[in-house]
Ligand binder design. Structure first.
Ligand code: SAH
Length: 332
């Protein structure tokens, strides 16, 4: 179900606070998901990346990044710990690291599903051929996150080197959806060269794709990247966009992201109150946390998984919401 609001209305909401918008988003969020907040255990298993996206701290051109990889066994250990803490979804995220070929990724996915058949596995490992996506799906992967970054081709080209293509990113999202993944797209708020028009295109794109998930968070500069001295996106605009997305696509799984928690101490709570219904505490081993640095000042890099889990629970309870111990699937 998507509702039709005029282009003018959407553009107004991108730039201006409207209490009606916030209220309506919160109402819809409660209507579909009650007071439940879904949690995902995020495992950042490699920060090697073959891409060179201008905004990203783990881009291959960043010689300052200290690189690491987790072994399949280390990933299984994170999942076991996460399971005990009540996580029923594991999100495996990494740079585009060819070290993990299709067979290895399939073994990791099926290994998790064998150990925890009641859990969902989400992959976020970038652009692949359709046959790879199919293989991961057949191995048991349930969901796939691939932010489109921007739905405006010219804008896309300003954020990425020539080797990367907008068309291929879109092809990937179509393939993922057709294969049957619960699919997530998304973008950064306040990325360099973003305008109200490109954001409006992002909203149109969401209306067309009808993804089960949308991940958005503020752009935050990472000092060793080409965008290291650009200004960060704002919390206010991120919150407004969360509300707009809830409004145009009411059932969507919408995280209050770590980046939102990074630019404001109560960012994630405010995100939930603006219409988000998912949080993704970090399950990566503390020894590597600091190294998965897409942007500067990332929060929670020193906390054990259990601390993150209970800190999140307290945060959600403080605003009248409950952390759900279930897979937290899309409700069609
Ligand atoms: N390589 C995978 C996943 C890792 S990057 C992929 O391409 O999908 C995950 C997301 O982090 C990116 O899609 C991007 O939107 C976001 N990100 C990267 N650099 C960022 C920055 N400097 N500030 C905020 N978000 C950033």
């Amino acid at each position: 179900m998507t509702q039709n609001f005029s282009d003018q209305q959407l553009k107004y909401w991108i730039e201006n606070d409207d209490p009606w918008l916030l209220n309506e988003a919160q109402k819809l969020r409660r209507q579909w998901y009650g007071d439940q907040v879904y949690v995902r255990g995020l495992i950042e298993f490699s920060n090697y990346c073959k891409n060179d996206c201008y905004y990203c701290g783990i881009r291959c051109g960043n010689n300052m990044a200290r690189r690491y990889r987790l072994t399949p066994q280390q990933i299984f250990d994170c999942c076991r710990e996460g399971y005990e803490l009540g996580f029923r979804t594991f999100v495996l995220q990494s740079g585009e690291d060819p070290f993990y070929d299709d067979d290895t990724l399939c073994r990791i996915v099926s290994g998790i599903k064998e150990r925890h058949p009641d859990c969902a596995v989400t992959l976020s490992v970038g652009e692949k051929e359709r046959k790879s996506y199919q293989a991961f799906f057949d191995a048991g992967a349930d969901r796939y996150l691939l932010r489109h970054e921007t739905a405006d081709e010219a804008h896309y080209e300003k954020l990425h080197p020539v080797e990367m293509s907008y068309q291929n990113r879109m092809r990937c999202l179509r393939d993922l959806k057709e294969i049957g993944y619960q699919t997530g797209c998304g973008f950064m708020v306040g990325s360099p060269y973003q305008t109200v028009d490109t954001l409006w295109e992002d909203l149109q794109f969401i209306r067309r794709l009808k993804p089960q998930m949308v991940g958005i968070g503020p752009f935050i500069p990472q000092k060793d990247t080409p965008f290291g001295t650009e200004t960060a996106g704002t919390m206010e605009m991120t919150l407004r966009l969360l509300s707009i997305i809830r409004l145009i696509h009411p059932h969507v799984l919408l995280p209050a992201t770590t980046a939102l928690g990074t630019i404001h101490p109560k960012g994630r709570e405010l995100g939930i109150l603006a219409g988000a219904n998912v949080v993704m505490p970090n399950l990566s081993p503390v020894a590597v946390r600091e190294k998965y640095k897409l942007y500067d000042n990332k929060i929670c890099t020193g906390d054990e998984a259990a601390e993150c889990r209970f800190c999140m629970q307290k945060r959600m309870e403080s605003i009248g919401y409950q952390v759900a111990v279930n897979r937290g699937d899309f409700q069609p």
